[in-house]
Design a protein around this ligand. Structure first.
Ligand code: TXA
Ligand code: MG
Length: 364
């Protein structure tokens, strides 16, 4: 047993490369990681959204180590990840028709539903609440890992609390490698923002955290949907929230960030230029993170401006945003200027993350 600086005890320290899987039989390599989970260890693993920091979701000692490793507040509950519907009955009860409908529509996939928990779920997983978030990921490595572990895996996003979530192993290796027993490298995550978190109240789904499954898609399945007002708004001190995660600082690089958005593309671009110009006048180094259309324009306008191009679609943007925020910290920039997007569809999830990364500092 190895003990690290944080006082975490390690069963072992290992790395499994599954970046280029060629045959289905290779997933059997996950048996060892599955055993480590079952025996109380911490495993870093990929999902289709972001990397997770997983432990045996039925073992409170193992789950406590997740909070220590992340530096996460103990009242912020964790999601239980399951590989098949049989696992659901053990951890959740009193499931309604609307809830079943939503699970049917979006599982496996980037969709988390808050359900009444059974006594089998330790109170540390639920952050002391009587509910539990459940998700069936759509990623072969995650699914096989859960199967081999043969228990639901409790897993938050793999990052030190407050930092951008990890969407590839290189980004989080340094901050987490001394805090986990085992790392599974599955390459880049396909989606890049965390799952949509939903709680059904009186038959109406409330979105507590937006993600790849959009409000529009949920409405189509359930007939109605409510977007919690805290998703795009700042919390007042001591305000009551439906999801503890809303209270905490999130997704933030160390460098100061500002978000620039306007429905009018010309005004948006002019505001980016004005912010860049202000940096130059005050001898500050700007870095712009934006979509293709603006990247091209800015490159021609300012010869030496550092620009990170997020791509040309919301899907590309969500895939790249966390890794770009982390990369931005490695530049000499004094200010990160980020282009916002409309809150339709996946845009809601992107703006939810960006507003927090910028601490609600937005130029409209
Ligand atoms: O895509 C994802 O959801 C990733 C991957 C690893 O599955 N996981 C993830 O977990 O993002 P985490 O812990 O970083 O975020 C979970 C969010 C938190 O904001 C938490 O407050 C909320 O879900 N949550 C979890 N259980 C809850 C519950 N019982 N009631 C209300 N909110 C809950
Ligand atoms: Mg997180």
């Amino acid at each position: 047993i190895i003990v690290n600086k944080k006082g975490l005890q390690f069963i072992m320290n290992n790395y499994l490369d599954l970046k280029n899987i060629k045959a289905f039989s290779e997933y059997s390599k996950l048996e060892e990681a599955g055993q480590i989970i079952r025996n109380g260890g911490l495993v870093l693993f990929p999902t289709e959204t972001v990397y997770g920091l997983g432990a045996n979701g039925l073992n409170s000692e193992a789950v406590k180590n997740i909070y220590v490793a992340k530096g996460r507040s103990s009242d912020n509950p964790l999601i239980l990840h399951i590989s098949d519907i049989e696992m659901l009955g053990k951890i959740a009860k009193d499931i309604s028709d609307v809830e079943f409908k939503l699970m049917n529509a979006f599982w496996p996939g980037p969709f988390t539903i808050i359900l009444n928990k059974t006594d089998a779920v330790p109170s540390v997983v639920a952050g002391g609440l009587d509910t539990v978030g459940v998700r069936m990921p759509n990623n072969e490595i995650a699914k096989n890992l859960i199967k081999y572990a043969d228990v639901p895996i409790a897993a938050p996003s793999a990052n030190i609390s407050g930092r951008p979530s990890g969407t590839n192993v290189e980004d989080i290796d340094q901050e987490l490698k001394d805090r986990v027993d085992y790392i599974i490298d599955g390459g880049e995550c396909q989606i890049g923002v965390e799952s949509t978190v939903v709680r059904v109240i009186d038959g109406i789904p409330h979105i507590l955290r937006p993600g790849k499954i959009t409000a529009e898609e949920i409405k189509e399945v359930a007939g109605s949907v409510i977007i919690d007002k805290h998703i795009l708004g700042k919390l007042d001190a001591n305000e009551k929230v439906m999801s503890p995660g809303m209270k905490y600082k999130h997704y933030a690089p160390n460098t100061k960030c500002v978000l620039v958005y306007n429905d009018d593309k010309e005004i948006l671009r002019a505001n980016i230029c004005k912010t860049v110009g202000d940096c130059y006048t005050s001898n500050k180094v700007p870095l712009v993170i934006c979509l293709d259309e603006n990247a091209e324009f800015l490159k021609n306008m300012y010869q030496n401006l550092q620009i990170f191009n997020l791509g040309s679609s919301l899907d590309e943007m969500s895939k790249n945003i966390f890794t770009d925020l982390r990369k931005a910290d490695k530049t000499n920039a004094d200010l990160i200027i980020i282009q916002g997007v409309s809150t339709d569809g996946l845009g809601l999830a992107i703006m939810n993350r960006l507003l927090r990364a910028c601490n609600f500092n937005i130029i409209r």
